[in-house]
Design a protein around this ligand. Structure first.
Ligand code: NAD
Length: 504
């Protein structure tokens, strides 16, 4: 934390329809990871800012939930259009603060827009159920109503897509939504807020409040916040789930990952190596669905490792605005030094360092937080390179004897976000997809991120709570069910009241 700086951009909150500095006096520096320079000073919310934001959300939720489905949907259609028109502007903001290459930033915005498109069809997703004449003159109908005020707490690695996993569905279902973005790349959230406003969303329905732990704790414990969607690392996800649940809120908390790709000897090795290379090093490995472990089965290992090394050497590491770049920097100097330490420990413990990107320097960007693709072979399950989520461009290779052993390895891992199998055998694929304890599985697909009308979520330490995010589970998460049993007797109808429990 530091005093407010004036020479760099001041990054504001968006409360009740207006960009505002709020009452807080603390700020947090925001970096361009490709240059190492501070580019922004982020305003951190005070407790008074939090109260003002929640009060605005409560007021907005009351009228928004009464707004017709058709009016809500029209605003979402306009929002979709505006996001599409502003994709380049949004992508540039993401690249400047996150570091990922521009085309990848546009890609994450595209996946977020798909969730908005799903939310445009909310009238279909919210259709209730009706049973006629369940008893003499009695009908039952059930339908879903919004929670009220929900907050989304999001990670740095997808500053547009992850907020759009949450807000469109929360808003379409009639809630007011408060976004607490990552303090590392917070600016895209402000443009999202402006676009919602331009689309005609009433003030207070979508707000942005910046802050760290204190602000998160304020949201988790505030009596007027009804639901929490969290995406981030596992220790914080667990904490968020426990704290908000204790305070009576509905919570979905998505955590970290260690995603394994199993490569069978019968796989198309060229296809497997191409896809694992892109899935391990794309976005500098900072994706919750990145492949960070290749589990090579039997004699797949030697051929695979040779091909991975060849492809890894060909990855072009540069700043995200370089059109030739495949991947950019990692997010902070701390991420870089942590990665360097873990790779060093693995080497000392006997792993084979096939490709070493630890000391990579990008010309004219010597102060950027760059690391090159790094591959460790013959890694054992005790090494920190395997037990820790590195969240950088490091791929570890485990060698196993059989599909059975591969399944045992993946199922023993505490994370269960995504996994993939590369094989030409339908039988192997079927066995793997059925027996693996992981929420999202790819067959010859390394990043099996479900499309917007399915739902996204991991198992075990990758998700705390009952609901996956967006898609049908998103609709269920942001709404509560209600069943109405009704009788409208004809004037002449005899009363059937009874002291016994009614039976039909
Ligand atoms: P993080 O857990 O450090 O931060 C996530 C959010 O929590 C941020 O908004 C941050 O301000 C807040 N936060 C941080 N420390 C806190 C604390 N002590 N108390 C309360 N709030 C706190 O995660 P990150 O580094 O921004 O993002 C990377 C992590 O997110 C990785 O572990 C990655 O796997 C995970 N992730 C998971 C998914 C998924 O879908 N499962 C998606 C994207 C990212």
């Amino acid at each position: 934390m530091s005093a407010i700086a004036t020479e760099v951009t001041e990054i504001l909150h968006f409360i009740n329809g207006k960009a505002t500095a709020g009452a807080g006096t603390e700020t947090h520096p925001v970096y361009n990871p490709a240059t190492g320079e501070v580019t922004g000073q982020l305003r951190l919310a005070s407790p008074a800012d939090l109260d003002e934001t929640v009060a605005a959300a409560v007021a907005a939720a009351a009228s928004w939930s009464e707004t017709s489905l058709v009016k809500r949907t029209k605003i979402l259609f306009r929002f979709q259009q505006l996001l599409t028109e502003h994709t380049d502007e949004l992508a540039r903001i993401v690249t400047s603060e996150h570091g990922k290459v521009l085309s990848d930033a546009a890609g994450e915005i595209g996946r977020g827009i798909e969730v908005v498109e799903f939310a445009c069809g909310i009238s279909q997703a919210l259709k209730g159920e009706f049973s006629d004449q369940v008893s003499g003159g009695i009908d039952v109908f059930s339908f879903r109503q919004p929670l009220g005020v929900v907050a989304g707490i999001t990670p740095f690695n997808f500053p547009v897509m992850v907020p759009l996993w949450m807000a469109p569905v929360a808003i379409a279902t009639g809630n007011a939504f408060i976004l607490k973005p990552s303090e590392r790349d917070p600016s895209a959230a402000l443009l999202i807020a402006e676009l919602f406003k331009q689309a005609g969303l009433p003030d207070g329905v979508f707000q942005v409040l910046h802050g760290g732990k204190e602000t998160v704790d304020g949201l988790l414990t505030h009596p007027d916040v009804d639901g929490i969607s969290f995406v981030g690392s596992t220790p914080i996800a667990k904490y968020v789930h426990e704290t908000a649940t204790k305070h009576g809120k509905r919570v979905q908390a998505l955590g970290g990952a260690k995603n394994h790709a199993v490569i069978m000897p019968d796989a198309d090795m060229e296809l497997a190596a191409d896809h694992i290379n892109a899935a391990a090093f794309g976005s500098a490995g900072q994706r919750c669905m990145a492949i960070s472990v290749a589990v090579a089965v039997g004699d797949a290992a030697d051929a695979l490792v040779d091909k991975l090394a060849e492809r890894g050497r060909g990855v072009n590491v540069s700043h995200g605005f370089d059109e030739k770049a495949d991947m950019g920097p990692v997010i902070t100097p701390a991420s870089k030094s942590r990665l360097q330490k873990i790779v060093g420990e693995a080497e000392e413990a006997g792993a084979a360092l096939i490709l070493d990107g630890r000391d990579l320097v990008v010309k004219d960007h010597e102060n950027g937080f760059f690391v090159g693709p790094t591959i460790l072979d013959k890694v054992s399950r005790e090494m920190s390179a395997y037990t820790e989520e590195i969240f950088g461009p490091v791929l570890v290779v485990l060698r196993v004897a059989s599909l059975e052993e591969a399944i045992e390895v993946v199922n023993a891992n505490p994370y269960g976000n995504g996994t993939a199998i590369f094989t030409s055998s339908g039988a192997h694929a079927r066995t793997y997809t059925r027996r693996i304890h992981v929420g999202m599985v790819g067959v010859n697909i390394p990043l099996p991120v479900p499309v917007a009308w399915h739902s996204f979520g991991g198992w075990k330490d990758s998700l705390f709570g009952e609901h996956h995010i967006y898609g049908p589970d998103g609709v269920r998460f942001y709404t509560r069910g209600k069943a109405v049993t009704q009788r409208w007797p004809e004037p002449a109808q005899a009363s059937t009241a009874s002291f016994n429990f009614p039976s039909n």
